[in-house]
Write a protein that binds this ligand. Structure first.
Ligand SMILES: Nc1nc2c(ncn2[C@@H]2O[C@H](COP(=O)(O)OP(=O)(O)O)[C@@H](O)[C@H]2O)c(=O)[nH]1
Ligand SMILES: [Mg+2]
Length: 330
């Protein structure tokens, strides 16, 4: 069993040693532990520091390409080097690397494909009460959209089985954390969570300038991910709303005409017709969006097969069965 621990880094020379020193050298059930540093265009000595600490695997971006792309490229590297499980941790030493052994256990036991560490945000001292409430709310929204039950959806400290990595396709540029959970939920990949305590804060977040920025980006990512899987829910709701609202002025118009009240009442008619057109458009867009969703899911099946061919067979650990197709693709 080959484990890759990937660390996306943007100028982390100061904290990276702490991260690397706290990564366990032995984990029950794991035969090989490899550390992969993804340098996303750092201008400091991140890579030299990693080398000095014995890191042998690197993905390097000449320019900064963002966290989602870095995660994606790290996964490609790990899978093409034979990873069975990939753990993601941060370069700012926010997460307790000592817990990686525990993090991978639900995968090894066949209970989950993705394990998300629960930072227990309610207990983190440097989080403001508002941030704590927002963390809970954000996780609640993600769980609603994905049909999952994870207490800390924004946590980047996670373990992924190879099978889950073959099935996930990241499309948003920013908050891949939320997106992966919603995808996993919609693809019925088993997820699990283990509680961890985070290390003391080493610096401010570089991903988000403030909590509003975080909420805005996360909200957009959640909406897009949700939209990818259930576009008809949005359009059907919008269409129904327009239809119901449109019926009110329309009925008013009919009643006023029937009662032969003075005036043409054309405004009511116009508003009613406008809203009915809106409803019609929403339903039509819903139908198109649903067809696109079907096309996408067929393309995802193709992509999964292509990845299987490239990265070799895997097992659906949670079901303890070979993935369809693995027999012939070996
Ligand atoms: N690849 C990449 N990693 C980044 C970028 N910005 C931050 N990171 C890394 O992502 C991780 C989390 O960043 P951090 O600033 O701690 O954000 P936080 O998750 O909000 O605390 C760290 O390992 C950073 O080095 C970026 O633009 N590209
Ligand atoms: Mg951080």
């Amino acid at each position: 069993m080959k484990l890759f621990i990937q660390i996306p880094c943007l100028n982390e020379e100061e904290t990276l040693p702490l991260v690397l020193e706290s990564i366990p050298t032995e984990i029950p059930g794991i035969d090989e532990i490899h550390i992969l540093v993804i340098d996303d265009g750092s201008s400091d000595r991140t890579v030299e520091v990693a080398r000095a600490h014995g890191v042998r695997h690197f993905v390097r971006h000449r320019r900064n390409m963002g966290l989602a792309r870095s995660f994606h490229d790290g996964i490609e590297y790990a899978l093409s080097h034979g990873a069975d499980i990939v753990v993601n941790t941060d370069g700012d030493n926010q997460y307790p690397q000592e817990m990686i052994g525990e993090l991978v256990q639900p995968i090894l036991r066949g209970e989950a494909e993705i394990v998300v560490a629960d930072r227990q945000t309610a207990t983190i001292e440097h989080f403001s009460p508002f941030k704590k409430v927002m963390q809970r709310f954000g996780s609640w929204v993600v769980n609603k959209a994905g049909g999952t039950d994870l207490p800390d959806a924004a946590s980047g400290f996670r373990a992924y089985s190879k099978y889950s990595l073959l099935r996930l396709n990241i499309v948003t540029k920013f908050s891949y954390c939320m997106e992966t959970i919603i995808q996993a939920g919609n693809k019925r990949l088993a997820t699990a969570s283990i509680p961890v305590t985070t290390n003391a804060k080493t610096r401010e977040s570089r991903l988000f300038s403030n909590i509003w920025h975080h909420m805005w980006e996360s909200g957009l990512a959640i909406l897009r991910a949700y939209f990818m899987y259930k576009p008809y829910v949005l359009f059907a709701t919008l269409g129904l709303l327009c239809a119901v609202l449109g019926a009110i002025p329309f009925v008013r118009y009919l009643v006023l005409i029937a009662l032969e009240t003075p005036g043409s009442h054309v405004q009511s008619l116009l508003l009613g017709v406008l809203l009915f057109v809106g409803a019609l458009l929403s339903f039509a867009l819903g139908a198109i969006a649903d067809l696109t969703r079907i096309t996408r899911s067929l393309q995802e099946d193709q992509l999964e097969l292509a990845k299987l061919q490239r990265y070799g067979p895997t097992r659906n650990w949670a079901n303890d069965e070979a993935t369809p197709g693995t027999g012939t693709l070996a």
